[in-house]
Design a protein around this ligand. Sequence first.
Ligand SMILES: C[S@@+](CC[C@H](N)C(=O)[O-])C[C@H]1O[C@@H](n2cnc3c(N)ncnc32)[C@H](O)[C@@H]1O
Length: 438
Amino acid sequence: MEVAVSLETIAKQIQDLTKNVSTYLQNNGHPQPSLSVNGPADFPRDSPEVAEARGKLIEQTQLLRDLLMGPSDYIRHITNSYVDVACIHWITHFNIAKHVPLDQPISYADLASAANVPLSQLRQVLRYASTIHLFTEPTPGHVAHTSVSRLLRDSPPVIDYVGHCVEFSATIVAKMVEATEKFQGSQEPNETAFNLAFDTPLPMFGWMGQHPEVAQRFKRLMVGMTKSEKYSPRYLGECYDWSALESGKVVDIGGSSGHCSIVIAKQAPKLKLIVQDLPHVVAANKDSLPEELRQQISFMPHDFFAPQPVEDADVYLFSQIFHDWSDKYCVKILQNVIPVMKKGAKIVIRDQVVPPPGSLEKWVEKEMRMVDIFMMTNFNAKERELSDWEKLFAEADPRLRIAKMVKPPTSVFTIMEIELREDGNSAALATNGVNGSH
Ligand SMILES: C[S@@+](CC[C@H](N)C(=O)[O-])C[C@H]1O[C@@H](n2cnc3c(N)ncnc32)[C@H](O)[C@@H]1O
């Protein structure tokens, strides 16, 4: 049960945290956050303490606002957020942000004719959008950018992200109810809300193969994500003792362009790595491997639903594979590797271990659980909590045990080492900063 906290207590915390954050910005030459057109696009991320204070502030200010709304207004507020998404879709579809100059306002009439949209609808949509900080009306009848709407004009990663959300994901999640009614919790990757939304019998990635523009945008998003701390593969290199394998062999299953293997290869120059993926993925990526790594890393077409052909590897690596598949298919993927594992070989998994409900700030947990909903609606898959992982391993083979888990604080991923124990005993689980570990 939630304990009631007074508004003053929350406000006091907000005041103290705001002072810390604001002083830090001033003392380190960072601009104050602003919605004006030249306001900074991102909050500085160079101090872990300030990042923590900012996280708490977002949590506390949101709590204060929600409490002040009261349940009746609050439920209306969260329920009608579909209008926000629809207006952002309209704005991006008709390329409105590109037609608004950065240095001066533009009249609704001129903007309507430049974007070729009905004047009255433009005014309706932008006046709504200005209530959520997208565009502003500095003088009646004239529109100008804010620091938020500017991103829809100038930031290709934001434009990709927003396009993917409003044109793709929003269409899919709108079919959640119908999908459950029709498919009743199916584990098949082609009996999903995605299949209903796009009226296709193909699994999501198969469909993307036939829609290169959507696929290219999705790929750009994924590549962009790997550049952020949260999704960076660099921790995979740093948080596992790859050099202890000396001149051993690693198979990077579903390794895509090999970016995880590249990180590991740089960490442990004597290791040999084989990147396996579907034939078309291997064909598209193998020639872009840096010249200096070609002795160390090779590519091999392989479907992970077929028996694993590499029998002498020390590690079978699965990075961001299992969250795309239901348990039924994850078990098959694991069972294709287990028979060829030599004595002492390990399975290393880089994926999310979702912490128990309520253990993170709500806005952080919301983001994590949003990805879980995408996994459900796109693939009938999920992000797994520790107990889900344990259940999965037990189902694949009772000898599988989690031997180590490491979760770097700034990464969303946990790195798990799984061993195949011949004696059937539980291994002592060595964890490092993993929320909700034993
Ligand atoms: C989410 S990506 C993960 C890529 C990479 N391991 C990483 O961590 O960024 C999933 C990968 O699985 C590959 N994949 C999907 N189905 C596969 C299959 N049946 N056999 C092998 N690879 C497959 C995809 O082509 C894609 O590269």
